[in-house]
Design a protein around this ligand. Structure first.
Ligand code: ADP
Length: 356
């Protein structure tokens, strides 16, 4: 009786079936989600016969193929009401017995979570756009001050304004990262492909971060025997190089060395940003490309978004990115870019059949 009361009152829809797919129990919430009568006798019927046809039943059948391993989310919203249901399944076993008795399905109403996600996304989008404009204008005016347009600054004034300018750039970097992640997650990213010199882009990134490297007395070398032209989105590749180089500078102690190298690898070009920094411990190496991941006890500002975006940009070019690292010795971030990337008819990209 206790178990029955529990199943009746629980906020999740619960459906239990035996190994043949015959219903053993459908609780009140699950009946509500399937719009079944509260007193309909379903016990012993096959799931596929007794449950009304529709996305919820499809999702149950799909997750029932591999109990405990996957879930599916179903949008059951109607004109006036919003309803998202997450469907998962687990094998039914009784304590002390190995044999599986069947499958239990859980149907959870996740509408509130989805709406909060959407609100968070919208909020991030608007706030970042509204922050970028005034910040961009502040940066422009600071540049004018530094150039002496409004009168030559004395050395103390110059150093103060330079500090403000650097902080503004960092802030702009963070805002751009958040915007990129939002764009990435909404799937609205299009590559503007054009013939791009990789050595040129790498050189520009070095120039952008030169003063940061100088402050730490870190030497940055570029090793490339030619231009290495590829069909690519130059702005995205510049972000890839500046993110990797920025990290390399951030995590390399004073007087270290960073080498950017570009080499030919048949159908691909392979780039590497190698540093003599502190390295990444083996337990963290698999996670550094994940969103918001930062190596524990090793935060130097930043958001943990840079590498997520970097990987996204490389993969958008059908390339691959990975890292090799040894604690105390340094890290090497590698990425490949195909030479024969072309735009396809739907606004995406694909590999051309043969390398010219
Ligand atoms: P952020 O730099 O904003 O923290 P990233 O996504 O760029 O975020 O990097 C994630 C984490 O990976 C960093 O916080 C750092 O712990 C580690 N990491 C990245 N690049 C290096 C590097 N060159 N050397 C050592 N650790 C690094």
């Amino acid at each position: 009786r206790k178990t029955e009361a529990l199943l009746f009152s629980i906020a999740e829809g619960i459906i239990m079936a035996d190994r043949e797919g015959r219903i053993q129990h459908v609780n009140r919430k699950a009946r509500e989600m399937f719009a079944l009568a509260a007193d309909a006798d379903l016990e012993g019927s096959l799931l596929v016969d007794a449950l009304p046809d529709g996305p919820l039943r499809y999702a149950m059948i799909a997750v029932g193929q591999s109990p405990g391993k996957s879930f599916k989310e179903v949008d059951l919203s109607e004109e006036q009401t919003r309803l998202y249901v997450r469907v998962s399944s687990s094998a039914v076993v009784s304590p002390g017995r190995a044999a599986e008795l069947g499958i239990v399905y859980a149907l959870r109403d996740v509408t509130l979570e989805r709406e909060l996600d959407k609100m968070k996304e919208d909020f991030l989008h608007y706030i970042t756009h509204d922050l970028r404009n005034p910040l961009g204008s502040a940066i422009g005016f600071l540049d004018l001050l530094l150039k002496g347009t409004a009168g030559v600054l004395n050395p103390d004034q110059h150093s103060i304004v330079s500090s403000i300018r650097r902080s503004c750039s960092r802030l702009m970097g963070l805002i751009n990262n958040i915007l990129d992640i939002a764009k990435m997650e909404s799937g609205h990213v299009r590559l503007a492909l054009k013939e791009t010199s990789l050595a040129g882009v790498a050189g520009r990134s070095i120039a952008i971060l030169e003063s940061l490297a100088k402050q730490k007395d870190v030497a940055v070398h570029l090793v490339a025997v030619e231009e290495f032209s590829v069909n690519a989105d130059a702005d995205m590749l510049e972000r890839v190089f500046t993110n990797l180089l920025g990290n390399a500078i951030k995590f390399t102690p004073e007087k270290g060395t960073i080498t950017i190298s570009i080499v030919d690898e048949g159908p691909n070009v392979k780039c590497c940003v190698e540093d003599t920094g502190e390295g990444i411990p083996p337990e963290s190496i698999g996670r550094v490309f994940e969103k918001f991941e930062q190596v524990q006890n090793n935060r130097r500002g930043g958001t943990g978004l840079g590498l997520t975006i970097t990987r996204f940009f490389v993969e958008a070019h059908l390339g691959r990115i990975w890292v090799e690292s040894e604690v105390g010795k340094g890290s090497s971030f590698y990425f490949t870019l195909p030479k024969n990337l072309v735009a396809d008819a739907d606004g995406g990209v694909r590999l051309a059949e043969a390398v010219r």
